[in-house]
Design a protein. Structure first.
Length: 209
């Protein structure tokens, strides 16, 4: 589903620029509301079918479920799972090409999962890099919640290199991108169910196993 309007292209360019400096970017309305709603509906269907499972901390193989660190439930996306998710994957492909074209990052794939934070769930401060695998290069999170208010909690808190913090409301259609190795971040406890689609662009590299 092609979206390359001049507006979309301008926000892609802005995003690429911001990832160079300061290394992060928040784009409200980056994904049109209709597409974001379809993704939210799809996530809920899979949630009702019990397909989401407690998220693990760490890399496949060494991964373990640790509720003291995070308490969301997730489902990894694969091509062909649904029209809505395929549409989103096609959009992220445009983003990947833009990043590679402008920044020569050698990003070769996106790994991506739906995440549901039930009421009260959180994800403590962390970096999106594993000790033994540094292929995660750009983190990209799309939020899928209508009318999110500050009192709903669940903000993404970015810890910036200058010591300040930046809070992002997980509002429908907002996309956040940041350099995975640069910014520690956390998800504050959500006061209502919070839906997102979290992904990481992986650069080429040896698999560590
Ligand atoms: O949902 C978010 O805002 C961020 C989630 C996150 O940090 C992660 O899954 O690594
Ligand atoms: Fe993270």
């Amino acid at each position: 589903m092609p979206l390359p309007t001049p507006v979309w292209q301008a926000s892609l360019d802005h995003l690429v620029e911001q990832l160079v400096e300061p290394g992060w970017c928040v784009l409200p309305g980056f994904i049109p509301a209709q597409i974001a709603r379809e993704l939210a509906d799809q996530a809920r269907l899979w949630q009702q079918a019990d397909l989401l499972t407690p998220a693990a901390v760490g890399r496949a193989g060494g991964a373990e479920v640790r509720e003291a660190i995070r308490s969301d439930i997730t489902l990894w996306l694969e091509p062909g799972m649904s029209a809505a998710t395929d549409r989103y994957l096609a959009l992220t492909e445009q983003l990947r090409e833009a990043l590679n074209g402008a920044l020569f990052l050698g990003l070769e794939a996106l790994e991506c999962h739906f995440a549901v934070f039930p009421e009260g769930a959180y994800y403590k401060k962390h970096l999106d890099r594993f000790r033994d695998d540094d292929r995660r290069t750009i983190s990209v999170v799309l939020y899928l919640n209508e009318h999110w208010q500050a009192e709903d909690g669940g903000t993404l808190r970015l810890y910036l290199p200058d010591g300040s913090t930046q809070d992002v409301l997980p509002e429908l259609g907002t996309l956040v991108c940041f350099r995975s190795a640069l910014l520690p971040h956390e998800v504050m406890p959500a006061a209502r169910e919070r839906l997102s689609l979290t992904g990481w662009f992986l650069r080429r590299g040896e698999m560590p196993w």
